[in-house]
Write a protein that binds this ligand. Structure first.
Ligand code: ASP
Ligand code: MG
Length: 451
């Protein structure tokens, strides 16, 4: 039993809908009827949120204009997919009945000039409802028996609107009850990502990009053997292919390493969203809708065999260097430094210390002036802007010799500004100037992925 989640770009156009249909057909043939979780068509959730904002600002015309555009986009998709068949009228009628509800909600918001998180969820849920209705109907038309299920009937959450969490016990029982009999009858289940409902039936959403989370929740609840995240890239790679054209797709990545890579912008998915699946040892596979035969990347709870997965970099970082002779043989200095970062809610990414100094990097520069000002009395402060973090991500670094040697050997002509290693067993990170970042990644890729 499989969960297949299709993201917004995978259902972004009539052609993509058709491609997805064939992927589902093949899977059904090979592995039996899958559970299909869909996102809204690409861009639709943004439009819904914008409509909500316009309504809140009492620009009802603007909001309703957005609604018209949504109507047109879905209607056009339906006409292209179904031409003039009798299904068209029925489907358009159904879509319009949902859009009528949305119309009423937008009028309410604009009348009150108030948009609560709860109202926003009631608005932003519609993208997934519409895309899933289109997909379920298309499957039927193509002779693939399917059942459309409203995720709000089984994915039951707390009432943290905008970022809801599943209530596992209820969700598990309800999801199994609703989904499993359909699959047993060989019907593909089509449902929505991103949305759920409270126990009282109020619509909630799981947060932006939440469809991956839905796939994991449903997969865990139904104890599937694999969760597939269908997207528009081949998977996670050994480096950013724009920097290193010969970068390769990773066939397996540990969950921990996937989390590290996500920080560096490998925006394939947000690893936290698949944590429930990893904890239950259900593999999560990333696949490309435009290249369905490619095996993609599997994220598992276990380490893979290869010692080094990838070289990642993040530019636009600031490095701060604090030093104080008073620190010599004394205590409390680090605590004081860190408390200032805490006060200004600024996360520290890398850190390196010596007897009288401490260096850190930060990504969020909003409060850098306040931080420098607060620490100026305590110690000497130096700031470097536009540096880059380079990270080697792999597995069990503490048990292996030679990794640091290889890394710094090939960077002998690069000015390495700061090094932070050993904090985690799976990364070795250092800082170079922004201008040296791509060059460093290229050199490292060549050295570490020789074969
Ligand atoms: N449609 C929602 C969003 O754009 C959820 C998702 O695509 O994962 O955030
Ligand atoms: Mg999305």
């Amino acid at each position: 039993m499989l969960v297949m989640k299709f993201g917004g770009t995978s259902v972004g156009s009539p052609e993509r809908f058709l491609a997805v249909t064939e992927i589902i057909r093949n899977t059904k043939k090979q592995d039996g009827a899958p559970i299909v979780v869909v996102s809204a068509m690409s861009g639709v959730t943004d439009m819904l949120i914008e409509a909500a904002q316009l309504a809140k600002e009492r620009d009802l015309d603007g909001a309703l204009d957005m609604l018209d555009r949504l109507h047109e986009r879905h209607k056009d998709t339906i006409y292209i997919l179904f031409q003039q068949s009798s299904i068209v009228d029925e489907l358009i009628e159904e879509i319009e009945s949902h859009l009528n509800k949305l119309d009423i909600i937008l009028r309410g918001v604009s009348y009150l000039g108030e948009l609560t998180k709860r109202s926003l969820d009631a608005i932003s849920c519609f993208g997934e409802i519409l895309s899933s209705l289109i997909l379920a109907t298309l499957l039927e038309k193509k002779g693939i028996e399917s059942r459309w299920l409203d995720a709000r009937s089984f994915l039951i959450t707390d009432n943290v609107f905008g970022k809801a969490n599943p209530l596992w016990e209820t969700t598990t029982a309800k999801a199994q009850g609703a989904i499993l009999p359909e699959l047993a009858d060989d019907r593909v289940v089509v449902t929505q990502g991103f949305i759920g409902s409270t126990a009282n039936g109020i619509t909630t959403t799981l947060g932006r990009g939440g469809s991956d989370y839905s796939a994991a929740i449903i997969g865990v609840a139904c104890e599937v053997s694999e969760i597939q995240i269908w997207t528009d890239v081949d998977g996670m790679m050994t480096a950013d292919p724009r920097v290193v054209p010969e970068a390769k797709v990773l066939s397996t990545v540990s969950f921990q390493a996937a989390s590290e890579l996500a920080y560096f912008g490998a925006k394939v998915l947000h690893p936290l969203t698949i944590k429930p699946a990893v904890e239950k040892e259900i593999p999560v596979r990333i696949l490309n809708t435009t290249r369905p035969d490619f095996t993609g990347t599997v994220i598992t709870g276990e380490d893979a065999a290869q010692p080094i997965y990838a070289i990642a970099s993040k530019k636009g970082i600031s490095a701060l260097f604090f030093s104080s002779l008073n620190m010599l043989m004394s205590h409390g200095f680090l605590a004081k430094v860190f408390s200032v970062f805490d006060k200004f809610r600024t996360p520290i990414d890398l850190i390196a210390t010596s007897e009288v100094s401490v260096s850190v990097t930060i990504d969020n520069k909003d409060h850098i002036d306040n931080i420098v000002e607060s620490l100026d009395e305590l110690c000497d402060v130096r700031v470097m802007h536009d540096v880059a973090i380079i990270s080697i991500v792999g597995t069990r670094f503490r048990d292996q010799s030679g990794i640091a040697g290889q890394v710094f050997e090939c960077l002998k002509n690069i000015n390495v500004i700061m090094i932070s290693g050993g904090a985690s067993d799976i990364t070795l990170s250092f800082v170079v100037s922004g201008a040296d970042a791509d060059k460093s990644v290229k050199l490292l890729h060549k050295q570490l992925f020789k074969d």
